[in-house]
Write a protein that binds this ligand. Structure first.
Ligand code: GLU
Length: 317
């Protein structure tokens, strides 16, 4: 069995030295202030061992990674009725594209593009005030991570609220098709705030454990969701978790993952481990550049892939 701690340490050391770091997201002004030099990596295996290195305890904006948790919550709330509002096919389009929505009568392709995640947030909001819905999302994330200190970065939320014109357009467009039940401003308020949850790699890897452990929270021994649902969420992460970079991510990393424009990626090795990486510089598709490279190295070394069952020795481009 390859040594996990050593692998994590070596990969973090290697990533620190690289000069190709991608571009930090700037369309949310507050995110543009983050240093591209940051790099963190944390892995929690199913035995509960934690291996972490670099800036693994520095909180960052999880952005779209929060969509994994809101999808889980919404499925718990409305069950498979959710799929009447959102599809589950890869989009092949940028994360904030409006083009598909017109052709598909306001039904977003999947729950991880912005339009789909806004529709999911709207389902969580129904029957609540925005503050209550947001409280429910935050409590859920804290429960999953076993960490009550996790909070929302209000400056990031306010920054996106001021500048999120594209998301406002998507939400209004869906509203015109009757896909959103709540006032657009309420739904977007909850959406911007859950995207602004700040977590470290360690906290995020801990929060992802239920997806690696067939729906169970190992801290409490209680099910979070049914194993079948965990399997399906993992499938959507694999096919849709990196926007129009999802195929490339599956090709290189071979595991379900969800990226965020804050530069984080949550990755699930089913039955093996939950992994979180953070490097703020993004590639053209809006996914962490070094994060993806680090994950490719780690998963090859550990033999973690849904497509192969053994470590891969030696590098090939
Ligand atoms: N809050 C961001 C947005 O809606 C999330 C995008 C992302 O992380 O990919 O644009």
């Amino acid at each position: 069995m390859p040594n996990l701690e050593l692998a994590v340490r070596e990969i973090a050391g290697e990533m620190r030295l690289r000069t190709d770091r991608g571009q930090v997201a700037s369309y949310i002004p507050e995110l543009a202030r983050v240093s591209p030099q940051a790099f963190g990596l944390a892995v929690v295996d199913v035995e509960g061992n934690v291996a972490a290195a670099g800036d693994c305890d520095a909180p960052f904006s999880i952005q779209s990674i929060s969509k994994v948790f809101t999808l889980t919550l919404a499925l718990g709330k409305v069950g498979d009725r959710l799929w009447a509002r959102v599809g589950r096919e890869p989009s092949g389009s940028p994360f904030n594209s409006i083009v598909q929505l017109e052709n598909e009568r306001g039904i977003p392709r999947n729950p991880f593009i912005n339009a789909g995640a806004i529709a999911v947030t709207d389902l969580i909001l129904s029957g609540h005030q925005p503050r209550e819905a947001l409280g429910e999302i935050l409590r859920f994330v804290r429960y999953l991570a076993g960490d009550q200190t996790i909070t929302i970065d209000d400056a990031v939320a306010a920054s996106e609220q001021r500048t999120g014109f594209r998301n406002r357009a998507l939400a209004n467009y869906m509203k015109s098709f009757g896909v959103l039940d709540n006032p657009v401003d309420f739904t977007l308020g909850v959406y911007f705030h859950h995207c602004a949850i700040a977590m470290s790699c360690r906290q995020l890897a801990l929060a992802g454990r239920y997806l690696a452990q067939f729906g169970n929270n190992p801290s409490t021994g209680l099910p979070v969701i049914q194993p079948e649902r965990a399997r399906r969420i993992n499938a959507i992460m694999l096919t849709c978790g990196h926007y129009d970079g999802s195929g490339e991510f599956a090709y290189r990393v071979g595991l379900p993952g969800k990226s965020g424009v804050g530069g984080g990626i949550l990755v699930i090795a089913p039955g093996k481990a939950s992994i979180a990486v953070w490097s703020p510089g993004l590639d053209k598709a809006g996914n962490s550049h070094l994060g993806r490279i680090a994950l490719e190295r780690l998963t090859k070394r550990m033999g973690w892939s849904v497509f192969a069952g053994q470590p891969i020795i030696g590098e090939r481009p």
